[in-house]
Write a protein that binds this ligand. Structure first.
Ligand SMILES: [Zn+2]
Length: 384
């Protein structure tokens, strides 16, 4: 019911494998609690018309936070990840403190009525950076070095808190609402400040001992491009936004000189206009990505690669090149593998956090009880 706008009992029976009596019992409880709504009837060829059922999108809310965005984005989303109100906060130049999150959460909740506030089930946060085995987060962007973020943020917030890394949040957003809707084997590739993402294999996140870091696959052994990971020649060292700009400046004779106003999008624009230096560095970035993705393709054989970051807005120029590069290295697998731009736009982190929150509520007996207990419900404002 989360995935599709409406469902009939027959569809739910088929999807769940419940027997009809159990399903009737469950649905009665959920309908009485206002969590499931009867929204119409489907004419049947014979017998009674079938009820059209829908999840009540306003039966619960989440506060969702995107720490990867600068300034930090806050929103209130309904159960289905639709954004209800927004707030932005935070100075990207300063180390981020949890008090900023507390204030942002308060601000984004301030337009809510008391009843809506009561229906906020949890706070879900999408964060950048790397987490160690003790749960401490290191993020250059937020000024954190092994910062016990989860612990600290739970001290200041009075609702259950879920935290997930940006790559996984983005993949969830695309899996539930975007270019990989319903796809069980897909890989999200973010090509921006760094190169990273997440892997969905058979409908589950692929997880090693710690967070997987495929941006640091070596694609040019012996290349001079040093990476922040300490190696050289990784996908990230060649294809991240700042590295594309760096290589362009090296080629046009301003090595090491930072030109703050020059962005990766400027370099891509110059490549479009035929600037040979810009073309050379964008081609090199795409070659690095294509080779790296071909390794992932060989191992995970995904149905879709969803690409975000600076590819957005330049997908007409960059994606055909990336597809060709991938096809060259991964012929056997790439025939049916699609490479598509992400579809959830700049709300990707917020929507991913909302999807994560919904997932986690289903796994948490206390929250699930809170969601399904009978109480006053708000009526949906929009049709999903
Ligand atoms: Zn690296």
């Amino acid at each position: 019911m989360y995935r599709q706008p409406t469902a009939t009992r027959a569809e739910i029976l088929e999807a769940t494998g419940l027997n009809p009596a159990s399903l009737s019992h469950c649905l009665k409880r959920l309908i009485d609690a206002g969590l499931v709504l009867r929204v119409g009837e489907l004419e049947a060829k014979a017998g009674r018309p079938a009820d059209l059922l829908r999840l009540n999108s306003e039966a619960g809310y989440f506060v969702v936070v995107d720490l990867e965005a600068s300034p930090i984005r806050f929103a209130v989303s309904n159960l289905l990840g639709e954004i209800r109100s927004r707030w932005e906060e935070g100075d990207p130049a300063k180390a981020m403190e949890v008090s900023v999150i507390k204030r942002g959460v308060d601000m984004v909740c301030s337009p809510l009525s008391a009843q809506e506030r009561e229906a906020v089930l949890a706070i879900s946060i999408c964060r950048p950076g790397l987490v160690d085995a003790e749960g401490r987060v290191t993020s250059v962007n937020l000024g954190w070095d092994r910062f016990p973020f989860g612990e600290k943020v739970r001290e200041v917030l009075d609702k259950p808190v879920f935290v997930e890394n940006a790559g996984r949040s983005y993949l969830l957003a695309e899996h539930w609402f975007g270019a990989a809707a319903g796809v069980r084997d897909c890989i999200f590739v973010e090509v921006g400040k760094g190169v990273g993402g997440a892997i969905f294999s058979r409908g589950e996140f692929f997880q090693g001992r710690t967070q997987a870091e495929f941006g640091h696959i070596t694609v040019e052994p012996g290349a001079p491009d040093l990476c922040k990971c300490g190696k050289a020649g990784c996908m990230e060292a060649i294809a991240s936004a700042s590295n594309v700009v760096r290589q362009y400046l090296d080629r046009v004779g301003r090595p090491g000189q930072s030109v703050p106003s020059l962005t990766v999008n400027d370099v891509i624009d110059r490549a479009r206009r035929g600037d040979p230096h810009a073309l050379a560095v964008t081609d090199r970035a795409v070659r690095a990505l294509g080779l790296g993705l071909s390794y992932l393709s060989a191992i995970f054989n995904p149905e879709v690669f969803v690409v975000g970051g600076y590819f957005l807005g330049s997908e007409d120029f960059l994606l055909p090149r990336l597809r060709a590069e991938l096809a060259m290295h991964a012929r056997e697998w790439s025939g049916s593998c699609r490479v598509v731009p992400c579809a959830t736009g700049s709300d990707i982190g917020l929507r991913g956090a909302a999807a994560l929150a919904f997932y986690r509520v289903l796994e948490d007996p206390d929250l699930l009880r809170r969601l399904s207990e009978p109480r006053m419900r708000l009526a949906p404002k929009t049709r999903h």
